[in-house]
Design a protein around this ligand. Sequence first.
Ligand SMILES: NC(=O)c1ccc[n+]([C@@H]2O[C@H](COP(=O)([O-])OP(=O)(O)OC[C@H]3O[C@@H](n4cnc5c(N)ncnc54)[C@H](OP(=O)(O)O)[C@@H]3O)[C@@H](O)[C@H]2O)c1
Length: 302
Amino acid sequence: MPIKVVIAGATGMLGQHLFRVFSGNPVYDVYAISRTGAHIPADRHIQLDMTDTAQLKKSMLALKPEIVIYAAAQVNVDLCEKDKDYAYALHVTAAKVLSELPSVKSFVYISSDAVFDGQRGNYVEKDSCNPLNYYATTKMLAEQELLKRSTDIYVIRVNIYGFHATPGNSLFEWAWNAFDKGEKITGFDNVYFNPLYVGTLARLVLKLLEKKVKKGVYHFGTSDTLSKYDFLLSIANAFNFDRSLLQKTELDQSKFKAPRPLNTTLCTNKIVAAGIRMPAFEEGMAELVNDFKKKFANEYNL
Ligand SMILES: NC(=O)c1ccc[n+]([C@@H]2O[C@H](COP(=O)([O-])OP(=O)(O)OC[C@H]3O[C@@H](n4cnc5c(N)ncnc54)[C@H](OP(=O)(O)O)[C@@H]3O)[C@@H](O)[C@H]2O)c1
């Protein structure tokens, strides 16, 4: 019997790849939860707002998933600051409800590098969290709630990049669109991260479950570190845009409603020691270029 998997947030930048990777493996019988779902086959789609926990619980008790991968989120940090109840309900309460289902044996929670304050960088799993904004606070609170359970809980702290099935406003999409229109943009030269391409991360999540890695918290990320400026420059280079459209700047916290951390690079020694290799940044960028060209070749004349 195939193993029943639910991907919460399956229409998102990461969730779409999780849905594709797991659906392509006959071992799994995959279902998707989200409010919209243009790209999800109707018989696989559970369309609901997960902050309606009564409805969520009712439909999941009927479905009986064995594995839940939680990639649903409100990633707009300023919106989370404005509507704290919603952020808490989506990032903490809904995840807790799913983890408590009697059928669930393994639960993967996609957390964030933002649980750290970014003062130091190269964080290991045991370092103390000190979130600077409410989005990150809810991710930390969710981790704490979930890790109380005896189920196999995997918390993956990570930063990601990619693009949405229906064009959205990720960092990559914002920069690509600006470069394409010949608009000048700036990139923070004092903000560091080691983000994974979403397509790569989806495969690594599958590997994590298949290798039966010990439950707990894991840091995922590229083996190299880059600034947000370096990241934007690599997009300009990869798509042959005019590099002079990009200028360096420094993060000025005063411009944001919610403060942002400066250096959230994650040390990945623990997951590498568990036998899962983390790729170099250029590997993920090459995969993104390939996926982007395949997906948008006609629309963008690539
Ligand atoms: N994006 C980043 O830079 C970043 C960095 C670090 C960590 N992360 C983490 O990575 C994970 C994936 O992020 P992402 O960028 O892929 O997010 P995303 O593109 O914004 O996707 C979010 C997903 O959650 C679903 N969703 C949102 N609110 C919902 C609700 N009330 N009920 C049901 N579904 C809901 C959305 O579907 P509908 O809109 O159709 O409901 C969508 O499928 C998240 O855990 C995030 O915290 C992201």
